[in-house]
Design a protein around this ligand. Structure first.
Ligand SMILES: [Zn+2]
Length: 255
């Protein structure tokens, strides 16, 4: 079963060669627009993904992933360190989130009246465990999902901190909860590339590049460590509505 790596941070060319030989490239047509191109290396589809309000409908990405036979999605994102203990180049493992998006789709189930999916755990436990094992320096954090593309104001940075958020980013919310609706596993690795607007901007000293190298080195082990079949339960989150007949058996008819 292939995996999907969503790259919400640009990487130098050829960085992902250790995932395997390039096999093919695919664009997928979905009810939410075109998604891709996805590039297949080994058993990992790779999708460049950069956040902005004009980005592809996140439902197109997730629908395409499901269509490609993917079960596990790992997103790699650049985040802003709101917590004053976080500095550029720190690697983080989001383990909960706050949804501060306002113009993003919130469900696939506009016609069905289902989708009351528990958000505990908020990210896939199988993938998160594999990340924690193979990137032990990744600090668990609460992620604030925002719209962008503008940066937060200093007052917003202080407000987000008071809410309990440690980092702010643009690409994991609503993706993580939309993925659950399609019974997909979704988790993420973040790299702090900047600090909150209430702090002085640090001078870059190559620490983000070093973090990238550490993640690239760990990626093959992270994917290899994922249990098959999944132990997390993400793959049957819709078992109830499906059994009751509230949802068609074919997921392609869910939207
Ligand atoms: Zn899972």
């Amino acid at each position: 079963m292939p995996h999907l790596l969503i790259l919400a941070q640009p990487l130098p060319p050829r960085s992902l060669e250790n995932l395997g030989e390039f096999a093919e490239e695919r664009v997928v047509n979905t009810p939410f627009g075109e998604a891709g191109p996805f590039a297949l290396r080994g058993d990992v589809w790779i999708l460049p993904y950069f956040g902005s309000p004009t980005r592809t409908d996140p439902r197109a990405t997730l629908w395409a992933a499901k269509d490609l036979g993917v079960q596990r999605i790992l997103a790699w994102e650049a985040v802003i360190g709101l917590d004053h203990d976080l500095d550029r180049g720190d690697i983080v493992l989001p383990d909960d989130y706050i949804d501060w998006t306002r113009r993003q789709p919130t469900t696939f189930f506009q016609r069905f009246g289902v989708g009351y999916i528990q958000q505990v755990p908020p990210f896939c436990p199988d993938i998160s465990t594999a990340i924690a094992q193979h990137l032990p320096t990744a600090r668990p954090v609460i992620y604030l999902g925002d719209e962008g593309p503008r940066r937060e104001s200093a007052a917003e940075a202080r407000m987000f901190l008071r809410w309990g958020a440690h980092v702010r980013g643009l690409n994991l919310v609503p993706e993580t909860y939309l993925a659950k609706e399609l019974e997909l596993c979704f988790a993420a690795i973040g790299v702090v590339t900047g600090v909150g607007a209430d702090r002085a901007r640090p001078q870059p000293e190559g620490e983000v590049r070093d973090a990238g190298r550490a993640i690239l080195a760990a990626l093959p082990s992270i994917f290899a460590a994922l249990p098959d079949p999944p132990q997390c339960g993400c793959d049957h989150l819709q078992a109830g509505p499906r059994r009751r007949g509230a949802l068609p058996q074919d997921w392609r008819e869910w939207s």
